[in-house]
Design a protein around this ligand. Structure first.
Ligand code: HEC
Length: 114
């Protein structure tokens, strides 16, 4: 929604600024993250958003969220690596869950190795 309205604004003002606005478009509306692309491509088909905020949801913290993402990518035989799982978990976390999340990749990986 946010991106859409930003896009609308870019289109609306694009006529004024011409080439400058076309160049600025990429900078203002960043490309979807890898996690977003992966999720939208492989996962969203049979999910509605309510899966992620239903009462008895299975993801209750960052660890169980990554576990669920791991479980689903393996259910669907996608063969994602740790970075892919973390990217999608992070995307879902930003969108729905808002769990405290290990900030950097290094701590993420060491947590997965336990
Ligand atoms: C075949 C349909 C289907 C596909 C494909 C699918 N899911 Fe799901 N997902 C579900 C259903 C149904 C549930 C709820 C029941 C359950 O967890 O077994 C669920 C639950 C989840 C949950 C737990 C939500 C919560 O908090 O309880 C996560 C996280 C999740 N899916 C992630 C993914 C990811 C990531 C992918 C892509 C790799 C994916 N799913 C692909 C159907 C699907």
């Amino acid at each position: 929604m946010n991106r859409l309205s930003r896009w609308c604004m870019t289109v609306a003002f694009g006529g004024l600024a011409g080439v400058v606005s076309a160049a600025g478009y990429g900078a203002e509306a960043p490309a979807p993250s890898r996690g977003e692309l992966l999720y939208n491509t492989h996962c969203i088909a049979c999910h509605t958003t309510h899966v992620h905020w239903r009462d008895q949801r299975l993801a209750t913290d960052w660890g169980s969220l990554t576990h669920q993402v791991q479980r689903w990518q393996s259910n669907t035989h996608l063969g994602w690596n740790e970075q892919d799982v973390a990217a999608v978990a992070s995307y879902l976390n930003t969108l729905y869950y808002h769990f405290p999340q290990p900030g950097d990749r290094v701590s993420l990986q060491s947590e997965n190795r336990k």
